[in-house]
Ligand binder design. Structure first.
Ligand code: ATP
Length: 190
């Protein structure tokens, strides 16, 4: 039986007069792909940022991989355990795909084999291409590779297919479904 990777209870986030997240609760199991859906301004990014301990909740409890994210002592440990594709992902224009991944990999104590990761994301033909020369879909694939570089237990992908054509969207969704790091124990939140 799979165990719970994320447990959110009664989460509320208020920015001044704006209620960005209004009392939501959910659970995500290990190895599960969980999609957070809602219209613009529904509070998806805010929720993801709270799960990643980038923002503090106004109310409610959030437990990620067994850690209470409101406790600052847990944040450093937790950040090593997850990978993130931010909504506004960008990389270094003049560096190649592999060089950009090496830069990201240097932020962690351990990382996966970069050539294997490049193959997983079907980027081998573009390994030596500069970031500035990639199409939008290829840039997103590099972003997803960057989110997997530390062999994370939890991956946050904030709108990984926004702005992409239907075929590229389908290809990226397929890649996301096939992420098999940690023997399928990686939880993915999109
Ligand atoms: P989108 O689909 O457009 O990216 P979202 O569901 O991710 O939207 P959020 O970005 O979480 O929504 O925003 C939720 C609400 O909180 C919006 O009304 C937004 O304007 C507001 N908001 C987000 N961040 C802040 C902030 N730092 N300060 C004040 N208000 C904010």
């Amino acid at each position: 039986m799979s165990s719970v990777a994320i447990k959110v209870e009664g989460l509320v986030k208020v920015y001044g007069a704006i209620q960005a997240v209004d009392n939501i609760s959910f659970e995500i199991n290990e190895g599960e792909i969980f999609a957070l859906l809602g219209p613009n301004g529904a509070g998806k990014t805010t929720t993801l940022e709270i799960l990643q301990s980038l923002r503090k909740a106004t109310k409610g409890s959030v437990c990620v991989l067994g850690y209470d994210v409101s406790n600052n002592k847990n944040v450093r440990k937790l950040k090593k355990e997850f990978g993130v594709l931010p909504q506004d992902f960008n990389a270094i224009d003049k560096l190649t795909v592999k060089e950009n991944l090496s830069v990201i990999a240097k932020m962690y104590d351990k990382h996966v084999n970069l050539d294997k990761l490049i193959m997983t994301l079907n980027l081998e033909d573009k390994s030596n291409s500069k970031f500035e020369d990639l199409s939008g879909g290829l840039k997103q694939r590099l972003g997803i590779a960057g989110a997997l570089v530390n062999d994370p237990k939890m991956v946050f992908l904030d709108e990984p297919t926004t702005g992409l054509d239907p075929i590229t969207t389908d290809r990226i969704n397929h890649l996301i479904k096939n992420i098999t790091f940690n023997k399928n124990q990686t939880s993915i939140i999109v």
